[in-house]
Structures are given as C-alpha cells and as structure tokens.
Design a binder for this molecule. Structure first.
Ligand code: SAM
Length: 262
C-alpha cells in the first residue's frame, strides 16, 4: 500500500497526517519495541499485519505508541522500518478522567469504547455502595484492549489509561483542577453551564485537568454525594431526564469535548 508524497504536509521535522493517509492501518506498539528507527514486531502484531490485514513486505502502516507519537512504518519481515514521524492533533486540550461506578454485566465495555472515541484520558472504575458487580483481573485486561482498539480506530494519539478498580472512598482523593459528580436528581447546575465558565479553568501541574464522577444503575447514596462535596466535587446535572449508567458518561464527555473544541 504505497502512500503518495502529497498525502503528507511537512511540519517542522515531522509530517502531518492528511486525508489520503486515513486508509493506512494503525496499530498500537509499546515504545520499548523501537530501536534504531526499527520496530520489532511481536508475533501477535505480525499475525495481525500479515494474516488479518493481508499486508505484504514493503507495505506501509501507522504505528502509534499510545502516549502521543505516531510513525509511518514499512513492513520488513519481523520488523518495520520507521520512515517518518507523524504529527497527530486529535487529543482534547484538557485531560479528562471519568470516575465511573461499574455498571452491570458487560456494559462497561461500551463505556470504555465510546469514551475513548470521545477523547477521555483516563477511566477510573470504582465500586460504590450500589455497585452490583465484582470486577475480575481479566475484565481490566479486556477494557484495556478495548481502549487500545478504540484509540486506533478513532485516530487518537493517546490510548486512555484504565486504572484498577478501587472503592468509592479511595477515588475521592483524586487530584484535578475541576471535579464534578453527576447526580440524576436534585437541583444542581447543568454540567454545560459549569464548563462554559472557562475562565475558571486553572492548570494542574501545568496541564488542564478535569474529573467527572458517574454513578451506577442504582445511583449514588446521599452519603456518597456528601463525601464527594466534601472532597471538592461539584454536583451537576446532565439534564431533566434520567440517563442510563452507560449513556451518562458519554453525554458528560460529549459536553466537555464540544465546549473545549468548538
Ligand atoms: N437510579 C438512579 C435514580 O433513579 O436517581 C439513577 C441512576 S442513573 C441510571 C446512573 C448515573 O448516571 C447516576 O448516578 C448519575 O451519575 C448519572 N446520571 C443519569 N442521569 C443523569 C442526569 N440527568 N443528570 C446527572 N447525572 C445523571
């Protein structure tokens, strides 16, 4: 799969992705796989590139390290030669962490997938008073794989971090410039009106950060809302309707993305 020169735009020492390159396959690699302008491919990656995608020796693809870097690479046996560094500008200007009480069944898979597409930086699964599931280590691996695939698909530069599940109380010490807790009932300001007050946005260690907490199917207990307020979280509404535990994080993140990107 050859790429024409005009498909890139030069920007400093790196090249910016243009629409012609969107046909190229993207795969996430670990930064440790790169040595002297070459990527040593794992057997799983070789299988995926040669057998699943049916690429051949000399074909090009995009390698992403999941922490902000993309490269144009060319297949050469069990390795890939790095041809160019690419510039990707698909990240939100604010690092958003979603603190989410685990929903029932496999619903969290959908939350991870959609929120990765929408630009989340970190997902922090928690077990709250009304959480009905007990997460297994295999689930964490699965969510991390889903985040990686969704980041590749949505052309993210960064693969979101999925933290290990902790209790509600442990998550309350999470440090961030702005902290919101979404509550389906009560008279709280809409998240959108809080976000529009952009001037309030301070920097946390040089970066704009935000944490948004979302409850499980049964909602938060009064005690949890009280401790969140005590920990610096502002309770907010996402509108007059009760959203499902899967829908609420997607709505919250869409509001953040729209506010800071438009
Ligand atoms: N069973 C709860 C009740 O009846 O109040 C509703 C829980 S809702 C299915 C799951 C979570 O989504 C809530 O804890 C909250 O964090 C969020 N949520 C849903 N709708 C919301 C809304 N309109 N405003 C703010 N948060 C909402």
């Amino acid at each position: 799969m050859a790429i024409k020169r005009e498909e890139f735009k030069c920007r400093g020492n790196s090249w910016k992705l243009s629409s012609g390159m969107t046909q190229l396959q993207r795969i996430a690699i670990a930064p440790s796989q790169i040595q002297q302008q070459q990527i040593t491919l794992t057997s799983e990656q070789q299988h995926y590139l040669y057998r699943v995608l049916r690429l051949q020796q000399g074909d090009r693809f995009i390698a992403m390290d999941g922490i902000g870097k993309w490269w144009l690479a060319q297949l050469a046996g069990s390795k890939a030669k790095i041809l160019q560094t690419l510039t990707v500008e698909t990240e939100l200007p604010i690092a958003v962490t979603l603190i989410i009480a685990l929903p029932k069944g496999n619903a969290f898979d959908e939350v991870v997938r959609c929120c990765t597409e929408l630009g989340v930086s970190c997902i922090f699964p928690i077990v709250s008073a009304r959480t009905l599931v007990n997460p297994s280590p295999q689930k964490l691996e699965r969510w991390r794989r889903i985040a990686k695939e969704a980041a590749e698909q949505s052309e993210r530069a960064v693969v979101p971090v999925i933290l290990e599940p902790v209790s509600f109380s442990s998550s309350m010490s999470f440090a961030s410039n702005q902290k919101y807790i979404c509550e389906a009932r009560g008279h709280y300001p809409h998240l959108l009106s809080c976000l529009q007050d952009k001037e309030k946005l301070p920097n946390h260690q040089g970066q704009k950060t935000m944490a948004i907490a979302l409850g499980p199917e049964g909602g938060w207990t009064d005690k949890e809302i009280e401790s969140a307020i005590h920990a610096g979280f502002q309770p907010v509404s996402l509108g007059k309707r009760i959203l499902r535990a899967v829908t609420a994080p997607i709505v919250a993140l869409s509001l953040v993305a729209a506010t800071c990107e438009v």
